[in-house]
Ligand binder design. Sequence first.
Ligand SMILES: [Cu+2]
Length: 169
Amino acid sequence: MPHLTVFSTSPLRAAALAAALLTAGGLALAQHTGHAAPAVTPARTMAAKLPLTVLSATIVTVPPGITETSAHLTLKNPGSTAVVLTGASSATFGHVMLMKTTRTGAMTGMKTVPTLTVPARGTLTMGPAGDHLMLMGLKRPLKPGEKITLTLKAKDGRTLNVTATVRKP
Ligand SMILES: [Cu+2]
């Protein structure tokens, strides 16, 4: 019990100690990096990550036998350069297409587009009414609540893995 009392009455001291340990760890890591031989940069084996924030990402379930659905996601670009998406992929689907919903008079349709752009310091909303990701060739039934990884690809070669949650329509 005396130990518990000591900790509960000195949270500031505990926080200071934790900060000191973190700093020491950071310095040790920096020194280690400094002494390392010229390293192979991760960029040589992995595409650089797109600087986008995913605000929400969902995939709608479909009835048995239907193998097409769409992903709805909102992407925010905090950077000063527009991000031009050229495609996407997922292990759960045969292929993914970038699409736009179009309206001609009273007729609503969809068409594939080569790119979708997340404006500089702006947002791209992919939803049921406009731009969206069309997921084709579903390989297995989707369960509400499960997480599916989508990989977005940009014109400059960078990619971003997005975790989408499966939901009912
Ligand atoms: Cu579509």
